[in-house]
Design a protein around this ligand. Structure first.
Ligand code: ADP
Ligand code: GN1
Ligand code: MG
Length: 372
């Protein structure tokens, strides 16, 4: 046990006898645990997290964002007759009323555990991927009605691929661990992407692509899929909700889900972009978003997929060069393995680019008629 959970959880508005608190899930950023308490003969489960306050430098403001978004979502879910305890995150307040507990060094937060649903690390059934697209699409619809003016921006320029490229160059120049010499082909691949890095950011700046409130971390393991119905239950991991573009949200889901291997697969022979899964996701996303997708967004969804995958690859590679200080690793070379899978997927997507665009535009045409 990493922390004195028995004492820390007592600072939250929950009651019950402590059973255990074990590491949970596969997130790369926060420390996540499943806390189990016993009350009246029943087991109560909670997600207990230590928020990464090296990255999120103002956790109180971050938690205020999450409170605002989840309270907004709760109301909508209730209006629709849904179950808000299951369909969105429920923040458990601390005894002082705040949505987190600060012990003088670390910030902790607690959510109701959403039971009977799974967070997948790889697409096991195309239907799950389709349903994840519907869930993220519905979430985007929900955020469209959310008043963004009180939203704090926790990680500015999070998906500014040009900035990510410059950060990569800095890591390469510093080469603090002396690792650059051993990864020449990966570095060359990263450098070869330079000309494309601003393609979407520039269109966002000019207004050609609309800025919307987006999730920004839409990988499959950030949506919970119901174990019985196979439908998306809840979109989770709300740390990065900020202004952005759906081209990035769509693209990040494609990056993670459109292949049959894990993000850190070592055998690149197993890493292949699957155009059929791409179509499944596109179908689900347009089904949920319908005519709210603009032509300029549709024209950039395939490009967003390549850019998100490339961006994630250069972030993993930069972190490998930096000595693995950002993404949590479980083995030597873990971030290098992750970068390699992303670069393999980028190459595959480039070969499929025109088919990807055709698929997106066919669904755009199908749903855009409701605009007329
Ligand atoms: P990170 O930012 O580190 O990715 P997440 O908030 O995504 O952290 O949590 C990590 C994992 O914990 C998720 O991928 C999911 O498996 C699980 N998880 C998080 N919140 C809940 C919840 N409320 N109910 C059930 N599982 C959850
Ligand atoms: C991180 O927190 P998690 O594991 O859901 C990262 C994303 C990356 C992703 C790669 C705040 O997501 O940007 O795309 O790893 N989150 C942050 O798997 O940096
Ligand atoms: Mg996560």
């Amino acid at each position: 046990m990493d922390y004195d959970f028995k004492n820390i959880y007592a600072n939250f508005c929950v009651n019950g006898k402590f059973i255990d608190c074990e590491p949970y899930g596969e997130g790369h950023i926060n420390r996540t645990y499943l806390l189990r308490l016993q009350k009246d003969g029943e087991i109560k489960k909670y997600i207990f997290q230590r928020v990464n306050n090296k990255l999120f430098t103002d956790v109180p403001k971050l938690m205020n964002n999450i409170k605002l978004v989840t309270e907004f979502a709760r109301e909508k879910i209730q209006e629709r007759g849904g179950d808000p305890d299951r369909e969105t995150l429920t923040v458990i307040p601390a005894i002082d009323g705040l949505p987190y507990w600060f012990d003088g060094e670390n910030y902790f937060r607690m959510y109701l555990f959403i039971d009977g649903a799974t967070s997948y690390q790889v697409v096991e059934k195309p239907e799950h991927f389709y349903e994840s697209a519907v869930a993220f699409g519905n979430f985007a619809n929900l955020l469209a009605e959310f008043d963004a003016k009180n939203l704090y921006e926790p990680l500015p320029r999070f998906h500014d691929t040009g900035k990510r490229y410059n950060d990569f160059i800095m890591s390469l120049e510093k080469d603090v661990k002396g690792r650059a010499a051993g990864i020449k082909s990966e570095i060359d691949f990263a450098l070869s992407g330079k000309s494309g890095v601003n393609l979407i950011v520039d269109k966002l700046k000019s207004g050609e692509i609309p800025t919307k409130v987006t999730h920004n971390d839409t990988k499959l393991n950030n949506v919970l899929i119901d174990d019985v119905t196979g439908k998306g239950v809840a979109v989770i991991d709300l740390d990065t909700i900020m202004p952005g573009t759906i081209c990035y949200d769509f693209g990040d889901s494609i990056r993670f889900g459109c292949n049959h291997s894990a993000e850190d697969e070592k055998d690149l022979g197993k890493v292949n972009f699957d155009i059929n899964l791409f179509e499944e996701y596109t179908k689900g996303y347009f089904y949920a978003l319908k005519s709210t997708v603009t032509r300029s967004e549709a024209e950039n969804l395939a490009l967003g997929s390549i850019l998100m995958t490339y961006e994630c690859g250069i972030r993993f590679l930069a972190d490998y060069l930096d000595g693995d200080v950002y993404f949590r690793i479980k083995r030597e070379g873990h971030n290098l393995d992750r970068a390699r899978t992303q670069f393999k997927l980028v190459s595959d997507m480039e070969k499929n680019f025109s088919r990807m665009n055709d698929i997106v535009l066919s669904y755009y045409d199908k749903y855009s008629c409701s605009k007329k």
